[in-house]
Design a binder for this molecule. Structure first.
Ligand SMILES: NC(=O)C1=CN([C@@H]2O[C@H](COP(=O)(O)OP(=O)(O)OC[C@H]3O[C@@H](n4cnc5c(N)ncnc54)[C@H](OP(=O)(O)O)[C@@H]3O)[C@@H](O)[C@H]2O)C=CC1
Ligand SMILES: N[C@@H](CC=O)C(=O)O
Length: 436
């Protein structure tokens, strides 16, 4: 057997603790797969005395992550601290010191991926990050490798486990938002600051990573139109249910065609809640599961599904990468790098075309329906269905539009809010997918 490869694990929380557990429990299999023992050489944490989900020998624990990655004998570094700093400096330092790196840090990759990729290239080392998107689901490798000969046109999915868990509990159990979030946190699904989940930052980071790989371009988190689920009310969830739909937080990245069939106009990358029909495959994605659809010219439609969050599923993806980079490291080679050669414009959200569900509390009097329809027509938003619910003070119109630009819909809603017969626009939500 070859001499051991030494691994430093940075962070020992929900994910890191499961990585450390699996490194121990699967040591023999990992050694056989890599062709050398993979030896845990150190674990960096913030607090030495914090309770851990795994036993870490005291001599391996340190609060000095910088010193750990600077050690000459470290071959591989797993970064599962999260956030921008010190994670970025630690990864750069590890690569400079000749270690290969595995990370689950989507926030960092979506903010400053190119700096990290260049550092890996310069060092001749690997930087792998399968766990950064959709937990245990292998989605980045298929995009980077399996579909490298095809033209991906659209990626659509549920990529945040915490928000899917919350929306699912609101839909199926009538749970309140705060209770469902607390449960997701206790199960290790949420980010250290759960605002990243519920405000859509985490999904936006993942959408940027997916779009970069799918379209061979550089898309950062700042390029992604982002709406979270904090404004989704119990009434929205109920309204969706009455329509035979369900509310999900979707990440969508698509090539937008131009008038010239030889060229695309750019890409649209967005994260927002949307109503989808219950017959749609994404509607049955429950709890913290994720699912990603990929559409490509030659392959057609592919679907990837599995646990999207949680320590153990995420650790599975981390260890998959670890085996790959360990094999490469041992053989003195590198895996497939990034291929971001295409310079594609990210289009403003106002130009994106989707369908909308709009619920409007109205005065129940003659001509109200015509007046509301007129407001939609004035902005070129055509109505697919409209129905009235309730009477008198409870009268409500529920409108579902055909595809329209975001800008046109925003202008319509503004006009509705100014109308005398409109008491309140109670819900505006995008609609994705048709009845299958
Ligand atoms: N949880 C999940 O389901 C998933 C998480 N991820 C990503 O994995 C990464 C880790 O997430 P998760 O395990 O949930 O996070 P946790 O908050 O559970 O764990 C973070 C760990 O990092 C340690 N840490 C924080 N700051 C430092 C520092 N300055 N030096 C050394 N150690 C430090 C903490 O130490 P201490 O314990 O002492 O406080 C803790 O052990 C993040 O990038 C996250 O986005 C990706 C996919 C799924
Ligand atoms: N907080 C994230 C964890 C995995 O990426 C989520 O809920 O999906």
């Amino acid at each position: 057997m070859n001499s051991p490869l030494k691994v430093a694990v940075l962070g020992c929380g929900s994910v890191g603790s499961q990585v450390v557990r699996l490194l121990g429990e699967q040591a023999d299999d990992l050694a056989a797969r890599v062709g050398a023992p993979v030896q845990l050489a150190g674990v960096a944490v913030r607090r030495l005395d914090a309770p851990r989900e795994v036993d870490v020998p005291a001599e391996l624990l340190t609060t000095d992550a910088a010193a750990l990655v600077a050690r000459d004998d470290i071959d591989l570094v797993i970064e599962v601290i999260g956030g921008i700093e010190p994670a970025r400096s630690l990864i750069l330092s590890a690569l400079e010191n000749g270690a290969s790196v595995v990370t689950a840090n989507k926030a960092l990759l979506a903010e400053d991926g190119p700096t990290l990729f260049e550092a890996a290239e310069k060092a001749g080392r690997d930087l792998y990050y399968e766990a950064a998107v959709a937990g245990a689901i292998p989605i980045l490798r298929p995009l980077r490798e399996s579909l490298a000969g095809d033209k991906v046109t659209r990626v659509l999915g549920i990529v945040n486990g915490t928000t899917n868990f919350i929306l699912d509990k609101m839909d199926t159990q009538g749970s309140g938002f705060a209770d469902a979030l607390e449960e997701a946190q206790a199960l290790g699904y949420a980010e250290a600051d759960p605002t990243a989940d519920v405000e859509g930052f985490d999904a936006a980071a993942k959408a940027a990573i997916l779009a970069s790989l799918a379209f061979h371009s550089r898309v950062t988190a700042a390029d992604v139109h982002r709406e979270g689920i904090t404004d989704v009310t119990a009434a929205d969830v109920r309204s969706a249910r009455e329509m035979g739909s369900v509310v999900k937080l979707l990440a969508i990245a698509e090539l937008v065609p131009s008038a010239d069939p030889a060229e695309d106009a750019g890409v649209s990358v967005r994260v927002h809640p949307a109503m989808i029909p219950r017959s749609h495959p994404l509607a049955s994605v429950r709890e913290a599961y994720n699912a990603v659809f990929v559409e490509s010219e030659a392959a057609g439609q592919l679907m990837f599904y599995g646990p999207g969050a949680g320590g153990s599923p995420t650790a599975s993806a981390v260890l998959g990468d670890l085996v790959t980079v360990a094999r490469n490291h041992r053989q003195g080679t590198r895996g497939v790098g990034e291929s971001a050669y295409a310079d594609r414009a990210v289009l403003p959200m106002g130009e994106t075309r989707t369908r909308y569900h709009v619920a409007i509390d109205v005065d129940d009097r003659a001509g109200v329906l015509a007046a509301v329809a007129q407001a939609f027509a004035e902005h070129g938003v055509s109505i697919q269905t409209v129905r009235q619910e309730g009477r008198g003070n409870d009268a409500q119109l529920v409108v579902v539009s055909h595809e329209a630009s975001d800008a046109a819909l925003a202008a319509t809603v503004e006009q509705l809010r100014d109308m005398e017969i409109v008491r309140e626009v109670t819900s505006v939500m995008r609609v994705e997918g048709t009845e299958e």
